[in-house]
Design a protein around this ligand. Structure first.
Ligand code: NAD
Length: 473
């Protein structure tokens, strides 16, 4: 494991950041840009060891995946922030209604102060550094609590950040649930949490004690609908890619498929072919990530076994294993005829198991989705645009990709977030910048203002002025 000096005491770092944010609430844009450049340089100089650290945490996780899903995403985000921070920070003039003229009004964009970021293990760099970079672009001080399940990546991030940033700018606190709970109890100006819905509830409750506003980026079951109008083979390759990237350990991975009876046999054959195409071998294939821990592996296996015991048909991918497989590389599974009571149809899966739910009409599909918690993502495949628009209008999810999976998260001008049990608040692009910004409304009164016409005593003059204004509005 990477040798790192111990983290600075949590409360002392918080106090230093808090005092700095109150001493100088407006962080100059040049300072923000300098912080972003340092972050970018840190990633550029250490990309290889960062990828190695993530791989050490997973057991198997290709450097290419970390390069694209963590480092590239961060580079693209930081590039966007560097390009736009000056413009997004600017004070805006807003239109003033006639009854307040000739006064005028502006919205001043100010940093919130101190932002806490709690992150999960599945994309450990992107989900810790991404929100932190956005919050820093908006002029905030930031503390990160990365996941204890990626100790190599968390320790390396902590070392690099502590070498490149003063504690009052950006700092990392490592540790498990006890450290995380203490972290969530700090009176941050905003707490940004990415993780499970169950822990999200605890974070929201803890933050409420301090009236700390939160962003909750949670999980859930994201449906994937295959319309009879879809090109099945093409759809299935994209679904398998979205499901098996990081072995299903992706918040917006398609959780289950909704498809008609008629398409089912072709779907099963296309799924086998797609798995073999993307992963010609499974165990031992460096492109096929391992499950993060024995506990997570055992949970996935027992979900499948429970469904099997309840009558589900378990179809294992036929692609062969190579030599030197890792014990936590879990063979992809298609699950057919699982009863609705099976846990796997109720809990987020977060692994390479794909249950198939049969639905023969659009109305049935919409009903199935709407009687469950609102999903983080929804996928629809097909060519029938009126069916597509019906699904888009009739369901509520955090985001949607049509005719592919995952891609809406990669679009840097689309806000990303959940709704209901999949979270609240969104980030990415200018929405993310605004998430970490206070929009302070300021009205500048004019010496020529006629406000005194509304003062008491409310007599004839008041009635005449109100009458005139009503006619003008
Ligand atoms: P998790 O909720 O178990 O842990 C996330 C973080 O919360 C960790 O850093 C952990 O130490 C911390 N934590 C634990 N107990 C805490 C407490 N009492 N108070 C405050 N923090 C606490 O999630 P995980 O297993 O690391 O990640 C998987 C989950 O994250 C899945 O549900 C997945 O869908 C979700 N996720 C969501 C997104 C998104 O953008 N919406 C992205 C990635 C993962």
């Amino acid at each position: 494991m990477t040798q790192t000096p111990p983290d600075l005491p949590m409360r002392a770092v918080f106090d230093a950041q808090y005092q700095a944010s109150r001493r100088s609430p407006l962080v100059d844009v040049n300072v923000r840009v300098d912080r972003l450049r340092r972050l970018q340089a840190m990633l550029d100089a250490h990309e290889q060891i960062l990828c190695e650290a993530v791989e050490a945490d997973f057991g198997v996780r290709s450097a290419a995946l970390t390069e694209v899903a963590d480092i590239f995403v961060l580079r693209s985000l930081i590039g966007q922030l560097l390009k736009n921070t000056r413009r997004w920070s600017q004070t805006r003039r807003v239109k003033t209604p006639i009854y307040l003229q000739p006064g005028h009004a502006r919205v001043i964009r100010q940093p919130l102060g101190v932002v806490g970021v709690i992150s999960p293990w599945n994309y450990p760099l992107q989900l810790a550094i991404g929100p932190a970079a956005t919050a820093m672009a908006a002029g905030n001080r930031v503390m990160i609590k990365p996941s204890e399940l990626t100790p190599h990546a968390s320790a390396l991030m902590a070392r690099l950040i502590h070498e490149n940033f003063a504690a009052e700018e950006l700092s990392v606190q490592q540790g498990g649930a006890d450290v995380a709970a203490e972290f969530a109890s700090l009176p941050f100006d905003h707490l940004f949490f990415t993780g499970s819905t169950a822990v999200g509830r605890k974070v929201a409750a803890e933050a409420a004690n301090n009236l700390t506003p939160t962003t909750l980026e949670l999980g859930g079951k994201s449906p994937c609908i295959i319309s009879p109008s879809a090109d099945l083979d093409e759809a299935v390759v994209k679904i398998v890619h979205g499901k098996l990237i990081n072995a299903g350990q992706t918040c917006i991975a398609p959780d289950y498929v909704l498809i008609s009876h008629e398409q089912l046999p072709a779907f099963e054959a296309a799924w086998q072919a797609a798995v073999s195409k993307l992963f010609p071998t499974l165990a031992g294939n460096p492109d096929y990530a391992a499950i993060i821990s024995d506990r997570h592996h055992a949970r996935l296996t027992s979900l499948v076994e429970e469904a099997r015991a309840m009558g589900a048909r378990v179809v294992e991918a036929q692609a062969p294993d190579g030599p030197d497989g890792h014990g936590r590389q879990l063979r992809p599974v298609l699950l057919l005829d699982a009863p609705a009571q099976a846990t796997i149809l109720k809990e987020e899966i977060f692994g390479p198991v794909l249950p198939v739910v049969v639905s023969d009409t659009v109305a049935e599909t919409i009903h199935y989705i709407n009687e469950r918690p609102r999903p983080l993502a929804l996928y629809w495949f097909g060519k029938d645009t009126s069916e597509r628009d019906n699904i888009l209008r009739s369901t509520v999810s955090g985001g949607v990709t049509v005719n592919d999976t995952l891609m809406h998260i990669a679009h840097k001008n689309l806000a990303f977030g959940g709704i209901g049990e999949s979270g609240w608040g969104a980030y990415h692009g200018e929405t993310g910048f605004a998430r970490f910004t206070h929009e302070k409304s300021v009205f500048y009164q004019s010496p020529l203002a006629m406000g005194h016409l509304f003062y008491p005593p409310y007599g004839e003059r008041f009635r005449q002025v109100m009458g005139l204004i009503k006619r003008l509005l």
